[in-house]
Structure formats: C-alpha cells, structure tokens
Design a protein. Structure first.
Length: 481
C-alpha cells in the first residue's frame, strides 16, 4: 500500500497542473473573444438627456428610463443583438433586448425606453451587452450608467415629525416642573458633575465612535459618519426618564441635557471642522444651525414654562406631576415605537458589523463614563446619572444631521446606524434596571435628588392645610392628597 500511494502522487500532481492550465486557457480565450469593439466598433451608451445618472422611485409599477446606444458599426456584417441589465437585481430588474434591425442611421444608433422594475432604494447601475447571435462572443459597454432608486415621499413621515416634536416638548414641560430650584442652583454654582457629563458626551463618545467605526465600518465612510453623529448628539428626554427609573439625580440629568443641547451649536461645527480636515476629507459636511438652534430654544422654553407652572400653579402642577413617571415612560416608548415603524425600511440595511458597532458604542460609553465620574469622586447617584446621560443615545438629531449632509438615498441607507444604536442603548438601560431591581440595588442613594415617588404638595391629615414641600424627594411619609 505504501508503494501504491507513492505511485499516485505524480499522477495527482500532473492532474492538478493540467486543470490549472485548462482554467487559464479558458479565461484567456473568453477574454479575447469578448474584447470590446471587435463586432460593432466603438459603440457606447448614454441616457437620452446626455447625462450618466437618473433617479427613479420604489414602485410596484413598471418605470422607464430613456436609453441611447450610439456609434454602432454595422459594416462588419456580423449578426448580433443588445441586452440591457441592472448590476444589482436586488435593487432593480431590467429585461430588454434590442435587435440589430432596430438600429438606424450611419453610424447606427438606437434610442428608446427601457422598462425598469424597482425593488429597493439604493444605488445601482445599468450596462449593456452586445451578443453575437451564434453565441461566439459577448461585449460589455465601456461605461455603466448610474441608476438612483429613492423612496417616495410619505405624508405619515411628516405627520410623525410634527407629532413627535409636540410630545417631546410636552415631556420637557413636565420635567421642568419637577426641577428643584435650590438643587439646580447648587449644581450650576459648582458644575463639576455637569462638566464631567459635558466632556464624556462631547469628547469621550465621539472618540469612541471614531475608534469603533475604524474597527467595524472602516470600508463604509457614510456609516462611519452616521455612527459619529449618533455619538455626538445630546441624549434628549429619554435619558431623563431613565434617570428617574434608575433613581439617579434628575436635576443633574435635566441640567446636563439642557446645557449639552445649547452647547451643541458650538461643538458640532468644531468637530465637523476637525473631521473634514483629518478623517472624512472627501465628504462635504455642513451643520443645520437653524434646526439645532430651534430644537435647543424649544427645549429651554418648555423647561422654563414647566418651572413657572410649578411656582404659580403649584396645586394643579402637583396633580399633573403625580402621573409624571408613567406619562413620560409611555411617551418615550411610544415615540421610539413610532420612529421604528416609520423607518422600518432601514432595517433591510442592517448587517452584523453595523449591529456590533451600534452595540459597543453605548456599552463602552456607559462603563467608561461611570468609571471617570467615580475617579473624579462623584457620588453614586451623580456617577449613575452621568453614565446614563452619556450612553443613552438619541436617534432624532443624528437622523436630522444625516438628512442635512447627504442626499435622500444615502441618508436612508445610513439611518439604520442611529436607530440601532438608540435601541441598543434603551435595551441596555432595561437590563441595568432589571438587574438593580433583582439584587435590590435600585435605591435612592441621594436624599436631595429626585426619587421615584413624585409629590410636590402634601396635606397634613390633622390640620388639613396645604403645605408646599421645599424639595422634590418624597421620604415615605404617609400623607393624603
């Protein structure tokens, strides 16, 4: 048996060499037979308007592009036909055959409509092949024509945008009413925790996004930029709600959210200036100042109005704010659900790398910001609040930035990054809350911070007189309203 195995080795080596030689010969032969210009000269293609780019929308109906095949040489006498193709059949499908007899003029040309069935938004291309009738050779057009497939404008998206804005302002109005003015004054006079939250949000998170993007999205610059915008955007009202449920310092949370929203007007241009000169050198970036300024101003006005209602309408405000926690939770979850449903089309773009990038960003942000806050000797409640403000990600602001910086199709293709990152950050908060509840850790660690039981007004059961409490924390006295 040993001798037979030795005799088989030269035979196997010879067969492998012969197979490789045949493959090379076949590839070379195919390339020679398919050389451009041999059958019909230097023919070419273009759109009827003379450009090389055309846009269609996603539709169940057949749409058409006007195509021109020009400079066809018919003097060779060869019998052939043209076929039109789409490079990505997942986005669009094309079935069009053009016979030699349909060409006219000298040099010959063809002009007509090509039916296109669009399936998904994105970028694809149209190319034409010249096929000999005897099957001897196939030539491909020297250029491809870009085909952009966009989504149709939907009225429900515009309705959702206005509805979401109104609900967010109502939620901040409620949150402004539970601010403790004395506590807020102390935070602003000694803004150590606010400064830490600002630095972790606008320095730590963007640097993390750049590093994580290089690990998972290095080949996709638009997705990398979407991850960066997601990390750079202020957390918004969802972080305030998470601070309530996790027994954090809500005064610090709202103060940090407000300051970060106002400072975004200066931080966004600074970061974008750095990016276009270092990393995204081939991307034109701009800052939607009016949108950001309008959002920040609306947030400040809603919080200020809530604070005024607490001062001038304490009894009414107290009754309303008894339902603060379930109301804000329902509004936040409702907005998230509406955003996911409206942008459900984006989930077709989700890949494993996108999900991992969107997963590691909030997780790393939470633990690193908590560790930094503890190293700088913040209290447990303040460190928890800072980590929540840092790691709970906003999907509204990055979507606005992407739609401002990119065209419609590229923006739609990158929406999956902020949506997935925001959902992962919310899931992380739910896991942290569940673990804290199971192990009995979800306790109010700061007596002056806002606790879960909201009472702005209590009544003494004996004297039946109204008493306005000096702080927001409810310390387990059994009082009747």
């Amino acid at each position: 048996s040993f001798r037979s195995e030795n005799n088989m080795k030269p035979v196997a080596t010879f067969n492998c060499a012969r197979l490789i030689f045949m493959v090379v010969i076949c590839l070379t032969y195919g390339e020679v037979q398919g050389q451009y210009g041999q059958v019909a000269g230097a023919w070419n293609i273009t759109y009827q308007n003379g450009g090389n780019e055309q846009q269609l929308t996603i539709s169940n109906d057949i749409q058409y592009v006007n195509l021109v095949i020009l400079n066809v040489d018919l003097t060779t006498g060869a019998d052939f036909y043209f076929e039109v193709h789409a490079s990505d059949p997942k986005l669009a499908s094309i079935e069009k055959r053009i016979e030699r007899s349909e060409l006219t003029g000298t040099p010959a040309s063809w002009q007509g409509s090509v039916p296109v069935q669009t399936r998904h938004f994105g970028f694809t291309s149209i190319y034409v092949t010249l096929n000999r009738s005897d099957g001897a050779s196939v030539e491909r057009s020297p250029v491809d024509l870009t085909l952009i497939i966009a989504r149709r404008d939907r009225l429900d998206e515009k309705i959702f945008a206005y509805t979401a804005s109104a609900l967010l302002l109502l939620m901040f109005l409620n949150l402004g009413g539970v601010l403790d003015l004395e506590r807020l004054k102390a935070i602003l006079l000694r803004p150590i925790a606010v400064t830490i939250g600002f630095c972790t949000s606008y320095i730590l998170m963007p640097v993390l996004a750049i590093a994580i993007g290089y690990c998972f999205l290095a080949k996709h610059q638009e997705l990398h930029l979407a991850l960066f915008f997601t990390a750079l955007s202020p957390s918004g009202g969802l972080a305030n709600i998470c601070a309530i449920f996790l027994k954090g310092n809500v005064n610090l949370s709202i103060a940090t959210t407000t300051i970060n929203s106002l400072m975004s007007l200066a931080i966004f241009p600074l970061w974008i200036l750095i990016l276009v000169r270092t990393i995204f050198t081939n991307t034109e970036l701009d800052v939607p100042f009016l949108d950001l300024a309008g959002s920040a101003l609306a947030l400040v006005c809603a919080i200020a109005l809530g604070m005024l209602s607490r001062v001038f309408l304490p009894k009414t405000t107290a009754y309303i704010f008894r339902f603060l926690k379930p109301f804000c939770a329902c509004v936040s979850l409702g907005l998230i659900a509406m955003t996911v449903v409206i942008n459900a089309f984006a989930f077709k773009e989700l890949t494993g790398m996108i999900y991992l990038a969107a997963l590691f960003l909030p997780i790393c942000g939470y633990f690193l910001s908590y560790g930094i806050a503890k190293l700088l000797r913040c209290s447990a409640a303040d460190a928890l609040t800072i980590s929540v403000e840092t790691s709970v990600l906003n999907m509204t602001v990055p979507i606005m930035l992407l739609q401002h910086c990119f065209d419609e199709v590229r923006a739609d293709m990158t929406l999956i990054v902020p949506i997935t990152a925001a959902l992962n950050s919310l899931a992380m908060m739910i896991v942290i809350y569940t673990v804290r509840r199971i192990f009995g850790w979800n306790k109010n660690l700061d007596g002056d911070a806002f606790a879960s039981k909201v009472e702005l007004i209590s009544f003494d059961e004996n004297i039946k007189e109204e008493v306005i409490v000096s702080h927001i924390s409810y310390k387990n006295e059994k009082s009747a309203l």
